[in-house]
Ligand binder design. Structure first.
Ligand code: ADP
Ligand code: MG
Length: 256
């Protein structure tokens, strides 16, 4: 029942904030079902790029295409409707509610079968409620959250909460998932679990993932392809092995 998985084409995208050229004619293509990493030093333009892809900012010039959809100037909700989902910061979760309730709220929001119709308890709404619950439980199990379904989100350790955020984004059943620094602030064990969770999502769901990351090492074991940004420009693009030995990349990271 998930969204179709399309090729994403980012073409010559520029974004300017006052005097800052945050992105300068950046292009890359994300193959359907692949994990594409966007890496680079702080201030390189990675988050700006993700914000363009999810409709938070419109590019100054250039375009974004997802299959037959031209996303270039679409608002966030239209991009979400095209099957593109992203994680937001912790505030998107309700800390006083359980993991299961957070996932169910996300599913109801995305699937547009509100609590009102559920409250009428028609046979159809009851069947849909059971389907939502089964889907939320499957997503939780995929990310190793099955034993935490009835824990309050606010009482979970940081690493688990970040996996709940990931699960929440997956409740929209996207074809393309956008992740901005999913392991920022995590300890080693938490990073490993997140890395496993992301790998599992890609393998099991077959969706595309664009992963923004500052730490080059983290993406090397996960990514199919890597685009490297520095000062808003694309300085390299290739397989992890290719970009890892690229002199421009080494210079950008040594200077960081
Ligand atoms: P990264 O995620 O790679 O660290 P960003 O995309 O956040 O980099 O930022 C790229 C550049 O654009 C930086 O110089 C940053 O200060 C600037 N920038 C980002 N967002 C804004 C904004 N909303 N207003 C003004 N400048 C911004
Ligand atoms: Mg950033």
């Amino acid at each position: 029942a998930g969204s179709a998985v399309h090729e994403l084409v980012v073409e010559d995208v520029s974004v300017r904030f006052g005097g800052v050229q945050a992105l300068d004619r950046v292009s890359f293509t994300v193959t359907p079902g692949s994990l594409h990493a966007l890496i680079g030093p702080n201030g390189a333009g990675k988050s700006t790029c993700l914000n363009v892809l999810s409709g938070v900012y419109a590019p100054t010039t250039g375009g974004v295409r997802y299959g037959d959809h031209d996303l270039t100037r679409l608002p966030q909700h239209r991009i979400a409707a095209a099957g593109i989902s992203r994680t937001f910061q912790n505030l998107a979760l309700s800390p006083g509610e359980t993991v299961l309730d957070n996932l169910l709220v996300a599913r109801h929001r995305y699937m547009r079968t509100g609590f009102l119709s559920a409250a009428l308890r028609t046979p159809r709404s009851r069947r849909e409620a059971a389907e939502h619950r089964a889907a939320a439980e499957r997503t939780a199990a995929l990310l190793g959250l099955d034993r935490l379904l009835h824990s309050r989100v606010g009482e979970l350790p940081y690493g688990d909460r970040k996996r709940v955020e990931l699960a929440r984004a997956l409740c929209a059943e996207p074809g393309l998932l956008l992740l901005d620094e999913p392991v920022a602030g995590m300890n080693h064990g938490e990073s490993l679990r997140m890395e496993q969770a992301i790998g599992t999502v890609q393998r099991e769901l077959g969706i595309s993932i664009v992963l923004v990351e500052h730490d080059m090492r983290f993406v090397m074991g996960l990514a199919d392809r890597v685009t490297v940004l520095d000062f808003g420009r694309r300085i390299a693009d290739g397989t992890p092995a290719e970009v890892q030995r690229d002199p421009h990349v080494l210079r950008a990271y040594l200077g960081d």
